[in-house]
Design a protein around this ligand. Sequence first.
Ligand SMILES: [Zn+2]
Length: 374
Amino acid sequence: MTISFIIECVDCSENYRIRYGMGNNFPQSASFQCTECSKKIKIGFKSKGEDRIIEGCRFIENGGFEKDVKVVNLHPEIPTDKDRLNDPSLFQTMGLFQQLNNSNADIFKFKELQYIWSQFYSEWIKIEPLLRIVAKKNKDELKRLKNIDFDVFSDEFHQWLGIFIRGKKDNIFEKINTEFLSIDSSEIKNYLNNEDKLIKQIYALCNVYMRHSENFQSTIFHQKYGWELTSDMTANVHWEDIESVYGDLYEIVGDLLTIPTMINNIKQGRDFDQFNTPGFTLDKFLKTDKAGRGTNFQSNPNLKQLTEFYFPWLRNGTHHKNSTFNSDTHEIILGVGKGGGTEKKINLIEYVRACNELFEVGIILSSLILHLKK
Ligand SMILES: [Zn+2]
């Protein structure tokens, strides 16, 4: 369903006719920049019904239709064609159905997947306090305050992960799980049960992403179905709202990659904390630069996929505030390399995808860690 209404930019009074494609998930929002004054304008719904999000603009009741008002197409959950952002005849869901048709996807399965995906945020609201108590306090406090055993919580977290990875053709969870089961190391379990840093990292990971999750919806089904995301697509999100997300996820995932590293050490016939280089131990590994955290297991076909979207250049380019967004081309221009002197471009839609992929690795490793801490 596409709803249409007129708004006015609060800073420069420019009028726009918004054609907003309703999504399935709540909260939902879509943003664009005022073409005149660059003000961020955000439209959306906190919940089903009339609980609207409106920022940077105001509604014009019954106005504007008679005038030649600029059209802006917005959809919170589907990529928009860059060339048709202002096309009054665009219906984005038609593109989605075309996509389903081209890939011979079952429409009923798609609807089911869509319904299950719509629970991801509401399930997080249930899990967040439990994870917070475990991360900031401990398992005993979880039992005392919520009367929930850690094992039960761990299973609930795993079900939540299941919503995220459901429908994805390439299942990296199965692969890492297979690797762990092949060694089933009690040393790794002991190590995890005697440290409490990683569970704090898990809480931070989920918060970083879930605080901004409405901005990362547009590529979810493309990723689940393996549909190509092309450079002529963009996401209706505001760059400054999400520019630090990738770097924050990267830092945390860099720590969580300790687990596949330990698994790989054992697979290669060493103790979990002993590396290929004699004298190089886990303590030393944990002090290394995050860029090399996936190096250890690159020869393991079941593990190497964990770093497919772990990009030091994207982390460096965005984390040092060395990035700008070009609102005409929808590209992010990053300063990369030594001192940030080399320019590299990435499309906004690719950035959104990279955040989703990196978060996926993060919750997969989180769920495994919580399972091993049982
Ligand atoms: Zn304006």
